[in-house]
Design a protein around this ligand. Structure first.
Ligand code: VGL
Ligand code: ZN
Length: 198
């Protein structure tokens, strides 16, 4: 058994003062740093969008942030512009240890969003993370970071679908909670066999 800590999107734009601030987003930094020692491997992800990305409300005339739209791959929430590649908002929170083994970027294709660290929102375009984990013999994943009900949840459920053992450490996650999405996604994760840490 080999275990990895996967740190999802602990970036300035998801922290207080950022473009898509998650309430208490910066509170995850200290517990995540403390957890890193306990894992064989630490992997960090970055939400990484080109300017004008199709998940931005600003790219859809007449739409406001948090409206939804229909994309070729299904329904998509439209977000404020965030995590534009190379911008300060896309950088990791300055207090986060970022000396992990792998930094994986996602969401860089203009026409498709990617909440999950494994597959983009069409559920088929792979990021390559599965191959990285398998070729290193990693079987058990603990997920932490932002946001619980979007990128953490989608990553956790994809990981279960791929056969990994998955724990989400909720004390080191914070949620956006759009229209009850936190409770919905906790239940979805539970049904798919995701375990929850304290
Ligand atoms: C995320 C919304 C848009 C996340 C990323 O990291 O949970 N949420 N892009
Ligand atoms: Zn995004």
């Amino acid at each position: 058994m080999s275990a990895a800590l996967i740190v999802i999107d602990v970036q300035n734009d998801f922290c207080p003062g950022g473009a898509l601030a998650v309430p208490g987003g910066d509170e995850v930094v200290a517990p995540i740093n403390a957890m890193m020692e306990r894992f064989d491997s630490v992997i960090l992800t970055q939400d990484w969008h080109p300017a004008g990305h199709s998940s931005f409300a600003s790219a859809h005339p007449g739409k406001q942030p948090f409206d939804t739209t229909e994309m070729s791959y299904g329904q998509q929430v439209l977000w404020p512009d965030h995590c534009v590649m190379g911008s300060a908002g896309a950088e990791f929170h300055a207090g986060l240890r970022s000396d992990g083994d792998l930094i994986l970027r996602k969401g860089f294709r203009p026409g498709i969003d990617s909440y999950s660290a494994f597959f983009e929102n069409d559920q088929t375009t792979a990021t390559g993370l599965e191959g990285y984990l398998r070729s290193r013999g990693i079987t058990d994943l603990t997920l932490v970071g932002l946001a619980t009900d979007f990128c953490v949840a989608f990553s956790a459920m994809d990981a279960r679908r791929l056969g990994f053992a998955v724990t989400v450490e909720l004390s080191a996650c914070r949620a956006i909670d759009l229209d009850g999405s936190l409770a919905t996604q906790i239940e979805n994760m539970r049904q798919r066999g995701v375990k929850f840490g304290s």
